[in-house]
Design a protein around this ligand. Structure first.
Ligand code: 13P
Length: 289
């Protein structure tokens, strides 16, 4: 049976609308496990800011499947008395069936990433997801062009989105948010990120929906601010939190060789994650109007 959007979790439409209107970006943080989810929720509640919890197919599989993740997040929101809007979002869903499975499990938002297919196929798959998701109140993000991973952003320039592609994908599917490939990459950049701000602005001026920046890790602050000024309303962060967490845990283990309790080991990276989240939110809201 399909579960409707619960009051506990929301889709991302309202939060992105506010971000677009007031020139700031909503943070999308990827989650990997119970602790990651707790740390993010606790810090965002402290900051009183809405949050999008992104779950890749790999992370969902690692945690036991979409339904385990949905139940975990709902239970934490309730047990931790979280009052901020929390959106549970599939990150880079690779097919209609993956997105449907997550929606049926209780996710309130999905990204369908059919960007590896020709545009006509991308449109067709995205449209199918939108027609399943929208009547249930689930928001949909899609990708146009193709965002690479662990590469030099100049090497993927030919995969950048064009205005025509972006317009076509939006007009034919009525998605709620668009991630156009414009030079950002997932994971670690080889060389410095080269974002096409001109194109970003052009797409923003021609499309009424919020734009999403993937590959938020490793982009200089000034470029993040510029991207927000050029129309980005949601920024995805994954690697960044993994980097600060693993660094802190490595130091803790080096300094505490006798510790074997996994709770202490995992929690030794908590402060690093929460400190970085606070800095990220300050940056994402630095030009807020
Ligand atoms: P990073 O891992 O580069 O932060 O990118 C995250 C992302 O875009 C998830 O969709």
């Amino acid at each position: 049976m399909i579960k409707m959007v619960t009051k506990m979790l929301v889709n991302m439409i309202e939060m992105l609308k506010d971000a677009k209107e007031h020139h700031y970006a909503i943070a999308h943080f990827n989650i990997n496990n119970l602790e990651w989810t707790q740390y993010i929720l606790e810090e965002m509640e402290k900051l009183k800011r809405p949050v999008i919890l992104g779950v890749s197919e790999g992370a969902a599989k690692y945690m036991g499947g979409f339904s385990v993740v949905a139940e975990l997040v709902k239970a934490l929101v309730s047990a931790m008395k979280i009052t901020i809007p929390v959106c549970l979002h599939v990150d880079h869903g690779s097919s209609f069936s993956v997105c449907k499975e997550a929606i049926d499990a209780g996710f309130t938002s999905v990204m369908i990433d059919a960007s590896k297919y020709p545009l006509s196929e991308n449109i067709q798959i995205t449209k199918e997801v939108v027609s399943y998701a929208h009547p249930l109140g689930i928001s949909v993000e899609a990708e146009v062009g193709h965002i690479g991973e662990n590469i030099n952003s100049l090497d993927s320039k030919e995969l950048n989105a064009t205005l025509e592609e972006a317009k076509m994908l939006y007009e034919k599917t009525q998605i709620d948010a668009l991630a156009p490939a414009l030079g950002s990459v997932h994971g670690l950049y080889k060389g410095e990120p080269h974002l096409d701000f001109e194109r970003m602005k052009e797409i923003k001026e021609n499309l009424p929906i919020p734009l999403v920046l993937h590959g938020g890790t490793g982009i200089e602050e000034i470029k993040i601010q510029k991207a927000i000024a050029c129309g980005i309303s949601k920024i995805n962060i994954n690697t960044e939190l993994q980097l600060v967490w693993s660094k802190a845990v490595r130091t803790f283990l080096d300094e505490n060789k006798e510790v074997y309790d996994p709770r202490k080991i995992i929690a030794s990276g908590k402060e690093a994650i929460q400190t970085r989240i606070k800095e990220i939110i300050t940056l994402f809201e630095s030009e807020r109007m």
